[in-house]
Design a protein around this ligand. Structure first.
Ligand code: SF4
Ligand code: SF4
Length: 570
């Protein structure tokens, strides 16, 4: 069965040379051109989207036009080579890390087999070392003496259309997950190289629609789905009805755009819109009501996810600035962030340099436990898992973990919170306190070494589903291991993109395993004041033991009736 699936997937993904097909490269990698075919590339950005983004950020998204990836002519500007080389020169001057990463790789190969795309496709150009070489070779050929004089003998090359197409193919087969950098003895961060390559591609108008449209929506309406403020509010309020139906508790603490609240809560917008994120959202709301948190949600900065971070520094900065502008407008003390991935990478790694420090906010302090989150002193923003773990640690939550007994849970460390902010222990601490059955996947697939979902950094698009299933294979394989060993049936995570991508991945590779956010499990376990006798979880699935209890009650009733009859008869 598994072989059939691999065979099926290989139809649309590069077949040779490949470990999958056993074909051995017969040409130098520089001489192997890319072949685009349906399933192995993302659709280009629509002209109208590029036009819109270019109005706010002139010059960084290139000439708006309609073009097709499979066409020979990409309708590039006449001087496109000059634009790319000039862009590269500017970035080499501006970002010291970029220059260092271009110079210091010794091609030891320690990173080679660490990328999920290489493991899933077997394509040598998906080895991180070779992926970076796609750009490094142009750097050598144009910016080093040896490369300029010796060309390919010194592993340098010119910028050609073939090279540009190769960049488009392979820098959109990298999810910037940074797993490879964990194993590099020099600390080379291939994700940063991919980020630079994508910036350069954008300069000549080569970008993907699945990234630029959500980014444009975020800029226009505050969230990547393009929901207007009233729709966002309505969606969130519908979920209050669901909470009441499941728990019997009518929550009154949710407010929008309320000035003077203590905390601004920012979520990835998918959490108010689609399953399974909506269950995570219900969990957040139950938690806040349970502890009496004074919080509000902004309908204008209604997206934690930063789709700009998949494009260039300029758009990333602009979208990140929205959260802080809203915090200032509403006069909150600090920001609490939901279960999101790239929001946290941006906040922890880039925000302070780009937009900070946000001096109008305070160092976050939990109003319930008094804990001061010194780790968030610069960003003024706390992750919901840190916040919840602190509440549990201080015995502030009433919990019945048996309500999650039908879930045999494992945890996927989402790349950005794990490798980008070191959020490794808090989610596990929460899981241990709200579930009775939690099992780790193998050591080399979790924590800092976690495998990507295979669809991050804007690759969560339907037209490359084959590629995504291949890129996610190492993660799916580790889930399969705990499914077979421990009967795991639920894959938990703290990232909205993961909640969407892992769902498709599990449906394909491990169809008996569901996907959830950790806050959903928290919401299930919370014993709320005034709740009804709980017989359903937040998905309206029967709680464990309910059917057995009902059967026992019915049996007892029948028995009582029978003995009554016997007594009457006697
Ligand atoms: S591990 Fe680092 S130095 Fe070695 S090949 Fe990879 S990027 Fe280069
Ligand atoms: S950052 Fe992740 S996806 Fe990109 S090359 Fe490294 S391991 Fe592969």
């Amino acid at each position: 069965m598994a072989d059939t699936k691999v065979e099926q997937l290989s139809v649309n993904v590069v077949k040779e040379p490949s470990m999958m097909t056993g074909a051995v490269p017969r040409k130098h990698w520089m001489d192997v051109p890319v072949t685009f075919k349906p399933g192995n590339y993302c659709y280009p950005a629509k002209k109208t989207i590029v036009e819109y983004l270019s109005k706010g950020l002139p010059g960084v998204f290139g000439e708006p036009r309609e073009w097709k990836v499979e066409d020979d002519d990409w309708l590039l500007p006449e001087n496109w080579v000059e634009i790319i080389l000039q862009g590269m020169r500017e970035r080499l001057d501006k970002f010291r890390s970029f220059k260092v990463f271009m110079d210091i790789c010794v091609r030891c190969g320690a990173c080679a087999d660490k990328c999920h795309f290489f493991l899933g496709t077997g394509d040598p150009k998906n080895m991180p070392v070779l992926r970076a070489e796609l750009l490094r070779s142009v750097y050598r050929g144009n910016f080093t003496k040896a490369g300029k004089i010796l060309g390919s003998i010194a592993n340098g090359r010119e910028m050609t259309l073939g090279v540009l197409k190769e960049w488009f193919m392979y820098f959109y087969q990298c999810t910037e997950c940074r797993r490879c950098s964990v194993f590099c003895p020099y600390g080379i961060d291939t994700a940063e190289i991919t980020a630079m390559a994508r910036e350069l591609l954008h300069l000549v108008g080569v970008g993907t629609n699945w990234i630029l449209e959500p980014a444009a929506n975020s800029n226009r309406t505050g969230n990547h789905l393009g929901l207007q403020p009233h729709t966002f509010k309505q969606n969130a309020e519908f979920l209050l009805d669901d909470i009441e139906e499941a728990t019997g508790v009518k929550l009154n603490s949710l407010t929008f755009n309320r000035k003077g609240a203590e905390v601004l809560f920012v979520i990835p917008s998918a959490d108010v819109f689609a399953e399974p994120g909506i269950f995570t959202f219900m969990g957040y709301l139950l938690l806040f009501d349970h502890i009496g948190l004074d919080y509000t949600i902004s309908t204008y900065s209604s997206e934690g996810g930063n789709f700009g971070s998949f494009t260039n520094n300029e758009l990333m900065k602009k979208l990140n600035g929205k959260m802080y502008a809203e915090a200032e407008r509403l006069g909150v003390k600090w920001i609490l962030g939901g279960e999101c991935g790239h929001m946290w990478r941006v906040v922890h790694q880039y925000m302070e340099t780009m937009n900070g420090p946000p001096d109008n906010l305070e160092v976050p302090k939990s109003p319930i436990t008094g804990t001061v989150f010194e780790n968030a002193a610069a960003a003024k923003m706390v992750h919901i898992s840190e916040f919840t773990a602190d509440l549990i640690k201080h015995n502030k939550l009433k919990i019945d973990k048996s309500r999650n007994d039908s879930r045999i849970v494992t945890f996927h460390d989402s790349c950005n919170p794990a490798r980008g902010m070191g959020l490794l222990d808090e989610p596990r601490y929460i899981l241990e306190n709200v579930c009775n059955s939690f099992y780790e996947m193998p050591e080399n697939t979790i924590r800092e070494q976690t495998f990507c979902c295979g669809s991050g950094t804007g690759l969560n698009t339907g037209e490359i589903m084959d590629l995504r299933m291949r890129g996610g294979l190492p993660r799916a394989n580790a889930v399969k291991h705990v499914e077979e060993k421990h009967g795991v049936n639920m894959l938990s995570c703290v990232c909205a993109i993961d909640r969407a991508t892992l769902l498709a991945l599990m449906e394909y590779w491990n169809p008996n395993v569901g996907v959830c956010g950790i806050s959903e499990l928290v919401g299930n376990a919370l014993i709320m004041d005034g709740e009804k006798e709980r017989d359903q979880d937040l998905r309206f699935e029967e709680l464990p033991g309910v059917a057995e209890a009902a059967a026992a009650a019915a049996a007892a009733e029948a028995e009582a009736g029978e003995s009554g009859n016997n007594e009457e008869g006697a």
